[in-house]
Design a protein. Structure first.
Lengths: 118, 115
């Protein structure tokens, strides 16, 4: 069965600190997708990144970076120089690949609530 | 903004009642997925609709049902409401492609409270 574990329930940092959100996943599929979403207090899920299981290259987008390690089934997310606007709940998610490579339904972790204090 | 809209924003019902939630998908998308997010939890997959038919279902009882219309908008219906149905209901639209991936774009959600 597929499962996503985000062991950190809540993290609190002071602005400009770096913070890493952990994500560990379980799947028997050889082809799958991993995601991170941000959910601000408004409730709408904001897509941040998608990786497929064959692409283990780390990715950097501005202050955000992701470390995908198949050997440890982890897909961690780091925010560098955090800002108050980064305060939100962050979800890691997994989906199987189906329909010739397209994405199945998302399986979410329980989320990590990040609070960035000024 | 993703272009996915949901209505209503908030809803209060009593136990045993029925509710209908609506979702308009993003232009060009042909697939709608529904998720239930209980307080403090991650979203859970309810079902997906593609070409007006159910195309996958999570672990939800039959009193959760849906529809997709020719314009790809969708409804989620819940009968015989229970207190545990209180949650944020999220709709996500995507384009199902053969041989390609389909990103899911989420709407703002409908907050359902069952008293």
């Amino acid at each position: 069965a597929q499962k996503v574990t985000q062991a950190q329930t809540e993290i609190s940092v002071v602005e400009k600190e770096d913070v890493t959100l952990d994500c560990v996943y379980e799947t028997r599929d050889t082809t799958y997708y991993l995601f991170w979403y941000k959910q601000p207090p408004s409730g709408e899920l904001v897509f941040l990144i998608r990786r497929n299981s064959f692409d283990e290259q780390n990715e950097i987008s501005g202050r955000y970076s992701w470390n995908f390690q198949k050997s440890t089934s982890s897909f961690n997310f780091t925010i560098t120089a955090s800002q108050v606007v980064d305060s939100a709940v962050y979800f890691c998610a997994l989906s199987e690949a189906k329909y010739g490579g397209s994405q199945g339904n998302l399986i979410f972790g329980k989320g990590t609530k990040l609070s960035v204090k000024p | 903004e993703t272009g996915v809209t949901q209505s209503p924003t908030h809803l209060i019902k009593t136990r045993g009642q029925q509710v209908t939630l609506r979702c308009s998908s993003q232009s060009g998308h042909n697939t709608v997925s529904w998720y239930q997010q209980a307080l403090g939890q991650g979203p859970q997959f309810i079902f997906q609709y593609y070409r007006e038919e159910e195309n996958g279902r999570g672990n939800f009882p039959p009193r959760f049902s849906g529809l997709q219309f020719p314009n790809y908008s969708s409804e989620l219906n819940v009968n015989a409401l229970e207190l545990d149905d209180s949650a944020l209901y999220l709709c996500a639209s995507s384009k199902l492609l053969a041989g390609g991936s389909n990103e899911q774009f989420f709407g703002p959600g409908t907050r359902l409270t069952v008293l």
